[in-house]
Design a protein around this ligand. Structure first.
Ligand SMILES: CC(=O)CC(=O)SCCNC(=O)CCNC(=O)[C@H](O)C(C)(C)COP(=O)(O)OP(=O)(O)OC[C@H]1O[C@@H](n2cnc3c(N)ncnc32)[C@H](O)[C@@H]1OP(=O)(O)O
Ligand SMILES: NC(=O)C1=CN([C@@H]2O[C@H](COP(=O)(O)OP(=O)(O)OC[C@H]3O[C@@H](n4cnc5c(N)ncnc54)[C@H](OP(=O)(O)O)[C@@H]3O)[C@@H](O)[C@H]2O)C=CC1
Length: 291
């Protein structure tokens, strides 16, 4: 099936990045969010990230302008009904995602493929409450989307082969590489990565190291591009906690217990970069450890 128009729901860090890469690859993009502020900010954020690629010689100014012209801001969910492919990239809460798909249902064309960029939630469960579980799957981009090469493809129990093949072709057209993951909590990347971040928070909580010593150790001792606490702030501590909760509940194993300190940061609203404070305080421009 040919995909020309793509609807992206959620204009946060992932939705903006997803709109960016689809527009660059020549797709028409409709970008929706409940937050007026997020929608107003989106073209500036995407434009800034495209400018960065121009400055590094990765794309031309013409390509940047063409990409920006491909993105239409769509405050009404009904507008997303015109898409051949929908990518849901709203906040990591299952109830919320069910509500989004329910509100979208009356506006959808028969052929439209539905996907979720969820980091952890069961694709089969999300699909089961839509009218098209066979044309529903997980399309999991990595952050920052314009930079990261991988997209995880996750079939729900009912996903049909044409849908999987269509999405594999789309990922290839974006210039990215896909891996196939089975539909179990947090799939592959986050099953391994997020418990590591949670363990780093335990390491801090138990006083084994400070924020700086933990991040320096993993950057210089294991060659990670970011330390685990810096990475947690980058992903969003609310998202990390949501993923740990899905792992803990879905696999019923205490090894996935979210660290109480992670819970405390989220309760404080210290969600990382997006709120200017997490394991680091970003308000002065230079990140300052908060512990
Ligand atoms: C939670 C989930 O569900 C799944 C996930 O996503 S888990 C998170 C996965 N992501 C990671 O692990 C990221 C780890 N961090 C990194 O790889 C690196 O720190 C990083 C790529 C983010 C930044 O790298 P850096 O070397 O410190 O920064 P910088 O030199 O400024 O940027 C590197 C490149 O990325 C580009 N870049 C960075 N952010 C960008 C953005 N938002 N948009 C476009 N380009 C961007 C830069 O332009 C630069 O491009 P070139 O290589 O063409 O020059
Ligand atoms: N952060 C990461 O590294 C990664 C995240 N993901 C997944 O991508 C999804 C989005 O994450 P991320 O972009 O980081 O989150 P953000 O918090 O940056 O953005 C989420 C956006 O969704 C909006 N939103 C909330 N409810 C609705 C709704 N009903 N309709 C439309 N938009 C809505 C939020 O608005 P408001 O703020 O007003 O609530 C916000 O603008 C999550 O499922 C997450 O797990 C996947 C890969 C990596």
């Amino acid at each position: 099936m040919e995909i020309k128009r793509v609807g992206v729901i959620g204009a946060g860090q992932m939705g903006n990045g997803i709109a960016h890469v689809f527009a660059l690859a020549g797709y028409e993009v409709l970008l929706n969010d409940v937050s007026k502020t997020a929608l107003e900010a989106a073209p500036g954020i995407i434009g800034g990230n495209l400018d960065r690629q121009v400055a590094r010689g990765r794309i031309t100014e013409e390509e940047r302008d063409r990409a920006l012209g491909q993105i239409e801001i769509a405050p009404e969910i009904a507008t997303i009904g015109a898409a051949d492919l929908v990518i849901e990239a709203a906040t990591e809460r299952e109830e919320l995602k069910h509500k989004i798909f329910a509100s979208l249902a009356p506006h959808l064309a028969e052929h439209t493929i539905l996907t979720s960029n969820t980091s952890s939630i069961s694709i089969t469960r999300l699909a089961s409450q839509t009218d098209r579980p066979e044309r529903f799957m997980g399309l999991h981009f990595m952050n920052p989307v314009p930079v990261m090469q991988l997209v995880e493809l996750i079939r729900g129990i009912a996903t049909d082969e044409p849908t999987y093949k269509t999405m594999a072709a789309v990922v290839t057209k974006l210039g990215k590489t896909y891996s196939s993951a089975e539909d179990f909590p947090a799939f592959i990347v986050n099953r391994i990565l997020v418990p590591m971040i949670n363990e780093a928070v335990y390491t801090l909580y138990e006083g084994v190291g400070t924020v700086s010593s933990i991040d320096t150790s993993m950057k210089l001792g294991a060659n990670h591009p970011m330390g685990p606490l810096e990475l947690g702030d980058f992903i969003g501590l609310d998202t990390c906690l949501a993923i740990m909760n899905v792992l803990h509940e879905g696999l019923a194993d205490t090894k996935y217990r979210p660290c109480p300190l992670l819970v405390k940061y989220v309760e404080a609203g210290w969600l990382g970069r997006k709120t200017q404070r997490g394991f680091y305080d970003y308000r002065s421009g230079t990140p300052v450890p908060t512990r």
